[in-house]
Write a protein that binds this ligand. Structure first.
Ligand SMILES: *Cc1c(COP(=O)(O)O)cnc(C)c1O
Length: 467
């Protein structure tokens, strides 16, 4: 399988190259040259597979001959060995035809472990095979950071620099990143917002001199391998509820459009998903786009669901590429316009296509609290302020009551206890793996929102390792 850029100007790469590269050199995002499709019979045969077996089966066409069968099986096993539930992605029923998939049984208690634990395995394998070192830079509004850190801590040949907005991630999220003592992990708190962090990362990638000098890699949700790994649990969700002989709807709380794009990929591969529902918080650039066809950037505001406090939905570019009939020229123009003016509009024909495929719903903080309280009262389930937005969106948007909706549970409520406890009036139970993190010493540096300063810092640290 070859991968092409959404902006049409970068070299096409194989799976190994695309995993190590992250962002394409033309500023675009890599997508498969064509979508592998499973037949209904092939999907039926996936029913009895364990989670790691399903990983191997679903990802095989994306990986091609970049990883041999035995190695891939071992990687899939190791990646999900550290999850605390034997089903890996267990599903609970919340209501008639309303389901909740717990994607937070991994080491950092958020769904990003699904992608990053696997990505860590891929990096280790590919770098070892090549005898190379790399520098990973990433930006996080919270959960990506700890998930990336847990995935690559202690891996030889990898230095990880994780940028987070200073004071703008929850204390649990910060501690989950900064408690780590491994020398290849560097936490940087930037004086700014998440989008500033993300822009710094993008700028470092666009600086080809720096990029080559440091052998930069990304583990942000722009990395194709992450999207690929997330596709697997949509297969699990559908298979558990009678798929492929019965369709499902999915509802996903989103910011960067990564998780919901993985659902879209699953459908491209033949999985019967009827409706794609997305939920956002007050940072509602996506929900506004789905109502008027204009993507317009506003300033980021802090909300109860900080991992979705985003005004640039990077992965949306991948979807737009597909919806436009893979018109790379148009995507490059729209993205340039967005960068320049902070807005772009799609033509009415394209907008019609998009509206047919997605429904979107927005919740402010007050509605989020009310929904947490309601779910607790009606089901006894304590849900986090991100996941609950997906649940509310599912109730508001799902059209056919005969089709089960699977809401993606993206974080353990204990990660956001400050938001959850006042809403339900009881203490959120803390998983054991969180306790040790909360009392540990923290390690991070604070830097200005300044490209030169950040690049200088990274050069010095990487220089110390190689000399
Ligand atoms: C990252 C994250 C999201 C948003 O996911 P995207 O697919 O990147 O938009 C939602 N909830 C939680 C808890 C997250 O960590």
């Amino acid at each position: 399988m070859k991968y092409i850029s959404t902006r049409g100007q970068a070299q096409s790469l194989n799976f190994e190259e695309v995993t190590l590269a992250g962002l394409a050199r033309d500023g675009g995002l890599y997508v498969p040259e064509s979508w592998p499709v499973f037949s209904v019979q092939e999907i039926r045969e996936m029913r009895g597979l364990s989670y790691p077996e399903l990983v191997v089966t679903v990802l095989r066409p994306f990986i091609g001959d970049c990883v041999d069968e035995q190695t891939l099986q071992a990687m899939a096993k190791r990646a999900y060995a550290n999850f605390s539930h034997s089903a890996i992605a267990p599903i609970k029923q919340l209501d008639t035809n309303l389901y909740f998939m717990e994607l937070f049984q991994g080491p950092t208690l958020a769904f990003k472990d699904f992608a990053l634990q696997f990505l860590g395995q891929l990096f280790e394998h590919f770098l070892q095979k090549r005898g190379e070192h790399c520098t990973i830079v990433g930006a996080t509004s919270g959960d990506t950071g700890s998930a990336a850190i847990e995935a690559v801590r202690g891996i030889k040949g990898v230095e990880l620099f994780m940028l987070h907005p200073n004071g703008r991630v929850s204390s649990v999220q910060r501690k989950q990143m900064t408690y780590v003592e491994d020398e290849n992990i560097h936490n940087i708190a930037i004086e700014g917002h998440f989008d500033d962090c993300q822009n710094l990362v993008k700028a470092m990638f666009n600086d080809t001199g720096f990029r080559d000098e440091m052998n930069l890699s990304a583990v942000n949700s722009i990395n194709w391998a992450r999207i690929a790994a997330q596709v697997v649990y949509y297969f699990r969700a559908a298979l558990s509820l009678g798929g492929p002989d019965r369709p499902i709807n999915v509802s996903v709380p989103t910011g960067n459009f990564g998780n919901i794009f993985a659902a879209y990929v699953a459908r491209q591969m033949g999985l019967p998903i009827e409706q794609f529902i997305i939920g956002s918080n007050r940072n509602d650039i996506l929900t506004r786009f789905f109502s008027n066809g204009t993507m317009s950037q506003e300033s980021v505001e802090a909300s109860l669901s900080p991992s979705m406090d985003i005004q640039i939905s990077s992965n949306f570019e991948r979807y737009l590429f597909e919806a436009s009939g893979r018109d790379a020229g148009q995507i490059a123009r729209l993205m340039d316009e967005f960068k320049l003016k902070g807005r772009f509009s799609v033509d009415p024909v394209l907008f019609d296509t998009i509206k047919q495929q997605f429904s979107a719903y927005r919740l402010d903080d007050e509605q989020t609290r009310a929904e947490i309280a309601r779910v607790y009262k009606e089901t006894g389930e304590i849900v986090d302020p991100h996941s609950v937005i997906g649940i509310a969106a599912a109730r508001a948007c799902s059209v056919d009551p005969a089709i089960p909706v699977v809401c993606m549970g993206t974080a353990d409520p204990a990660k956001f206890a400050e938001a959850v406890e006042p809403a339900i009036g009881v203490k959120v139970p803390y998983p054991a793996r969180l306790e040790k993190v909360l009392n540990a010493e923290e390690h991070f540096d604070v830097l200005e929102n300044d490209l030169d300063e950040v690049q200088g810092f990274i050069r010095r640290k990487v220089g110390q390792v190689s000399t």
